[in-house]
Design a protein around this ligand. Structure first.
Ligand code: UTP
Length: 484
């Protein structure tokens, strides 16, 4: 077996992967051989060779302008957006509710990331963020899907993308929690692919152990390949969703508990504008805000990373002084199932991006595992928002962070996007809902509302009597009914 592998690897200058072959057990040798079989070495070589090519988006920046947009009803900022086709709030909600009542909407949660910044030794979805109940991110997302399933009268299929880094623990956790009230057959858990990390210096794939490559998840864009990958029965997860009549897929990331999963208003803007891909954005606070910028170039939408947006372009303003490039992606999207099917058949739909990272590796001379002090490696990742230019009539919907966006990215104690800021933002939103329902909430009283209890100020108002006082930490919830 070694000779065959050696011959194969030599073509790509990767034969060092067998340095420790003789010291491996039979099982370890078999595992390494399987890893090698799944790597496209020609692709890795090509990506490394073009590592310093300028990002394609750089060539777009100069022609970039603001994207066509709608404003979500909770947004109070009056700055006008460019409109392609006016749609009122009522029209949007009715159109969204109609496809929900018809059972045509599914949901995808991507949860394959390694969560390195958070530094939690489990999948991020298991992190407790409920400001009173300590509910995990997974619980909050599952309850939202269950609440919508009950409201619209069909089991909304809920797809969870994991990676080898998060798969087993996620499966065990969800099983142990009984899918938080969803039925097992309505939860589709699938694992994304991986890419090897290569040495920055010479493009050689790094070893993470004597018998294993340094592999990491291939980015949230890995969702496209993973959801359309045919299983042994010949069908993919996307095929199974379509067999159930699913035409639209709501996409969000595991780290944002404020997301309004399957919001009918968001769906409505997507449907009535004839869009194949609609993305939620927040208004940038200043020109160099560190967000992915959604822009329009020649009638198509693109994301330009903040690092690729020249400052001169970022500073351009409209006549009223507002920023031309204002729309920051928050990674909440709505896809037509047809778009995913079509683009999955075109290899170039999602290019790889390169990221320079510190990746621990085995020193080939000594066999020791080294933790580098500075960036030593390149990782390759695909980003799902790169589907935007392939989508017909793509639009964005502006949302306001207090009602839609509080991501968990950083470790406890960090000044932003940390467990403390997420809990605070959740509690502030729920307090605001109660106050809108004319309840009285004492200052600095932590409040949490389960999505199964209410999902808007209006629905809180139907359950809480006006004037009700909240003076101690409160969790409003109801137990998950079993969905039939
Ligand atoms: P981030 O890029 O913020 O990565 O992912 P992360 O893993 O959460 O955290 P860091 O950067 O290592 O600290 C945004 C979302 O995309 C998912 C993550 O799970 C998260 O929901 N993701 C990211 C994947 O599902 N797969 C990937 O390969 C990368």
């Amino acid at each position: 077996m070694k000779n065959k592998l050696f011959e194969h690897l030599t073509q790509y200058g990767q034969e060092h992967l067998l340095t420790f072959w003789e010291s491996l057990s039979d099982l370890e040798q078999q595992e390494l051989a399987t890893q090698i079989e799944f790597v496209d070495f020609a692709q890795v070589a090509d990506l490394y060779e073009h590592r310093d090519d300028p990002a394609e988006s750089l060539t777009l920046a100069d022609r970039a302008t603001d994207p066509p947009a709608y404003k979500f009803s909770t947004v109070t900022d009056p700055t006008p957006c460019k409109s392609r086709k006016p749609v009122s709030f009522q029209e949007a909600v009715s159109a969204g509710q109609e496809v929900l009542h018809q059972g045509k909407v599914g949901a995808i949660l991507v949860a394959g990331g390694q969560g390195t910044r958070l530094g939690f030794p489990h999948p991020k979805g298991m992190y407790p963020v409920g400001p009173v109940s300590e509910a995990t991110l997974f619980q909050i997302h599952f309850e939202k899907v269950l609440a919508n399933s009950l409201r619209y009268g069909y089991p909304i299929p809920f797809c969870i993308m994991t990676s080898p880094a998060t798969h087993n623990e996620t499966v065990d956790f969800l099983e142990q929690k009984n899918y938080f009230g969803l039925k097992k057959e309505d939860v589709f858990i699938f694992c994304q692919g991986t890419m090897p990390a290569v040495s920055l210096e010479n493009g050689r794939i790094l070893l993470d152990s004597k018998g294993g490559m340094a592999l990491s998840p291939d980015g949230h864009g890995g969702m496209l390949a993973a959801i359309t990958r045919k299983k042994t029965d010949g069908s993919s997860v996307l095929d199974r969703l379509r067999q159930r009549g699913i035409e639209y897929l709501f996409y969000n990331q595991v780290d944002n508990p404020l997301v309004r999963i399957c919001s009918p208003e968001f769906l409505g803007y997507h449907l009535l504008s004839g869009s194949e891909l609609t993305s939620q954005v927040i208004r940038k606070r200043f020109p160099t805000d560190k967000v992915g910028n959604i822009v329009e170039v020649d009638g198509r939408l693109y994301v330009i990373e903040y690092s690729d947006l020249p400052e001169e372009v970022a500073r351009r303003t409209n006549q009223d002084g507002s920023l031309k490039i204002w729309a920051g992606s928050i990674a909440v999207h709505l896809f037509n199932a047809d778009l995913l099917d079509r683009t999955s058949k075109i290899a170039a739909s999602l290019p790889f991006h390169i990221a320079r990272k510190k990746v621990p590796f085995i020193d080939l001379a000594t066999g020791e595992r080294i933790k580098p002090e500075k960036e030593n490696a390149i990782k390759f990742e695909r980003f799902i928002f790169d589907l935007l230019p392939s989508a017909k009539n793509a639009v964005v919907v502006e949302v306001d962070p207090p009602n839609h966006y509080a991501p968990l990215k950083n470790a406890p104690g960090s000044p932003s996007d940390s467990p403390e800021t997420v809990k605070r933002d959740l509690s502030e939103m729920y307090t605001d809902w109660l106050r809108k329902a004319e309840a009285v909430v004492d200052e600095a009283t932590p409040i949490e509302i389960s999505p199964l209890f209410a999902d808007s100020p209006e629905s809180v108002g139907q359950k809480i009597a006006k004037g009700t006082r909240f003076e101690a930490p409160t969790y409003l919830f109801c137990s998950p009914p079993h969905f039939n």
